[in-house]
Design a protein. Structure first.
Length: 287
């Protein structure tokens, strides 16, 4: 059971569900806390979690040969031989199908379609492209930014401006986060033939530039919720401070391209997103 659970990548799934929940609350359009349909939220979280878990399992099934070549992934259930590939495949498909049914039947069809579209673009576009081009990171950022859209669609039944604002924030956040990971494990990625940017350009100049560029763009985009009425001034000040902190970590890795500085970007990114979401919810009108 532990191996099946590890196929779902729980540490990544909780970030996905957090983003989905934030999208759901903003899709409520000012509904007071006391009037929230908690059952609908539960179905949204469960359905999205099942699709995300199925996607993770199917991704590990697809990449089992590459995972066997990397030190950090060689002990996963499939490359280590603790699970058979056909069982992992069936497990991933079952999770995704049940997740889609959960969303389509108990929430709305739009959220279910968005969930399956996220799975399809991740597995059939992003994952194969990793072996061919460093631009896979950009392609993967699109399905990676879909969770708040799923949550918003679940609550509102449609996609409006605020949903795209949340999409933009998560889209840009991913680049410093994943480029830092790619820098830290570039030797592993090279062994597996995965063409991440630090593998293609080992000096790190391009990776550092991308981190700084995306962290810079994230500052104005992260201020958008306060500018379009999704939040108040308290959020604006907090988002600005968090954005500067995130950018500072990127500037440090640009000035000193080292494992230590890359890990600093990664840790900052892990704290940045929950803190930003927390400010959004605390300063959301009606709360």
């Amino acid at each position: 059971m532990r191996d099946y659970i590890s196929l779902t990548k729980p540490r990544i799934t909780w970030l996905i569900l957090m983003s989905t929940g934030v999208g759901y609350f903003f899709g409520l359009r000012g509904v007071p806390l006391a009037q929230i349909n908690w059952w609908a939220l539960l179905h949204t979280v469960v359905g999205t979690g099942l699709i995300a878990s199925g996607t993770a399992a199917l991704n590990q099934w697809y990449e089992r040969a590459a995972d066997a070549k990397m030190r950090r992934t060689s002990d996963r259930p499939l490359p280590a031989g603790r699970l058979k590939a056909n069982r992992a495949l069936a497990f991933g498909i079952a999770l995704a199908v049940v997740g889609f049914a959960e969303l389509a039947l108990f929430v709305n069809l739009l959220s279910g379609v968005l969930g399956i579209a996220t799975l399809a673009s991740y597995l059939f576009l992003y994952t194969p492209l990793k072996q061919r081009s460093w631009l896979s990171t950009t392609v993967g950022a699109f399905p990676g930014a879909m969770p708040p859209m799923i949550g918003f669609a679940a609550a509102a039944g449609t996609l409006t401006g605020p949903a795209w604002v949340l999409f933009g924030i998560l889209f840009l956040w991913q680049f410093p986060h994943f480029y830092a990971i790619a820098w830290m494990y570039r030797d592993d990625y090279a062994r597996a033939g995965i063409r991440m940017l630090p593998v293609v350009e080992p000096d790190g100049h391009s990776t550092a530039r991308q981190i700084v560029l995306c962290a810079s763009l994230l500052i104005p985009v992260s201020l958008a919720p306060g500018l379009v009425g999704m939040t108040g001034r308290f959020y604006l000040l907090g988002a600005l401070a968090l954005g500067i902190w995130f950018l500072y970590s990127g500037v440090r890795v640009a000035s000193e391209r080292s494992l230590l500085r890359a890990r600093g970007v990664l840790l900052t990114s892990v704290f940045y997103l929950p803190l930003l979401y927390g400010l959004m919810l605390l300063d959301r009108p009606g709360f």
